[in-house]
Design a protein around this ligand. Structure first.
Ligand code: COI
Length: 327
């Protein structure tokens, strides 16, 4: 079995792939570069490649097919970066991973608490020896109504964890999870927006969800609402969010993902002039937290990502059913 790993992180993923290679009898090659037209040739002789969240459009999928690749395994839960229709059409297998949802759920809850307690501002000021209390008054989570948009695995974990925190819980999902109805009130989208002090996004990046939170959505929110996004950047119209923050309609935002994060997140761009004015603006706001798509990043998840990737490739080769192999 052979696998070529793109975008490998030598400081954490490489030892895991080495361990897996021994266990599975796998031969693997790797590069720290993300896949592009310029480095497709590196995969020659490898029937499977592993990628992370870089874009894989039809042309790039074709180029890999041309180099003999027949399986693209993404080390992510989301597959929105791959042209799945095209891959299926040309007979390229695609698989993804499914790490425990608690990791991202914990991070979302951390961002909710950080925003409600203005912790970025408190720590920034404390570093300058401003230990006064002015401007640092927080809100209690147990007094808040929290709205969870999307109740798949991660949204569900957020709800289960928050159920012990004393806050009222609302949820919106076109496919409600009956089992959750005892601890959460399902409602329609507009009611959730107009009722909740905190709104946390856990929906997939589908066409239907593009700019789910847009100008209209922000206009019906409770003044001072807190927005948390650990899902995908395209769920929020960033321009409309900036206006809503300037107006005070949105009281705080904590974003682990951004619309134009490609080419920035997961790279060290220190010292570069970044062509992303929206990000610069958001970073200048005292009530905004930006983190570079790190909600998934724990020891356990990094191992699971590598392990499930190798297993998917094995299962595909040996014709073993695996729900993570999409086709
Ligand atoms: C996913 O698994 O879909 C994520 O968003 C994490 C990814 C950046 C590795």
């Amino acid at each position: 079995m052979k696998l070529f790993v793109y975008g490998i992180r030598e400081y954490d993923e490489l030892p895991y792939f080495e361990q897996l290679a021994r266990g599975y009898g796998l031969t693997f090659g790797y590069t720290t570069e993300y896949p592009s037209m310029e480095n497709v040739h590196l995969a020659a002789g490898y029937p499977a490649i592993s990628i992370i969240t870089n874009r894989m459009d039809a042309a790039l999928v074709d180029a890999f097919y041309g180099a003999g690749v027949r399986h693209i395994a993404t080390r992510s839960v989301g597959t929105d970066h791959i042209d799945l229709d095209h891959a299926r059409e040309i007979g390229m297998h695609v698989s993804h991973v499914n790490y425990p949802p608690e990791t991202v759920a914990d991070y979302a809850i951390m961002l909710i608490l950080m925003s409600l307690r203005k912790i970025t501002y408190i720590l920034d000021r404390a570093r300058l020896q401003d230990f006064s209390l002015q401007g640092k008054l927080g809100r209690d989570l147990c007094d808040c109504t929290v709205g969870v948009i999307g109740t798949g695995q991660i949204g569900r974990a957020v709800i289960c964890h928050l159920a012990g925190c004393g806050c009222r819980l609302y949820a919106y999902d076109p496919y409600p999870d009956e089992e959750l109805s005892e601890i959460v009130t399902y409602t329609d989208f507009e009611t959730l927006l107009g009722t909740c002090d905190v709104i946390t996004l856990h929906a997939p990046a589908t066409k239907e969800n593009f700019h789910l939170l847009d100008k209209d959505a922000f206009s019906i929110m409770r003044p001072g609402a807190v927005i948390v996004n650990t899902a995908r950047g395209i769920l929020i119209d960033t321009k409309a969010l900036i206006t809503a923050l300037e107006d005070g309609r949105v009281g705080a935002a904590a974003l682990d993902v951004l619309e134009d994060e490609n080419g920035l997140y997961f790279l060290n761009r220190m010292g570069d002039c970044l062509a992303n004015p929206q990000m610069a603006l958001l970073r200048s706001f005292p009530n905004v937290i930006l983190s570079p798509h790190t909600a998934f990043y724990t020891e356990k998840v990094v191992w699971v990502m590598a392990e499930q990737t190798v297993r998917c490739i094995c299962d595909c080769v040996y014709g073993v059913d695996n729900p993570l192999v999409l086709f």
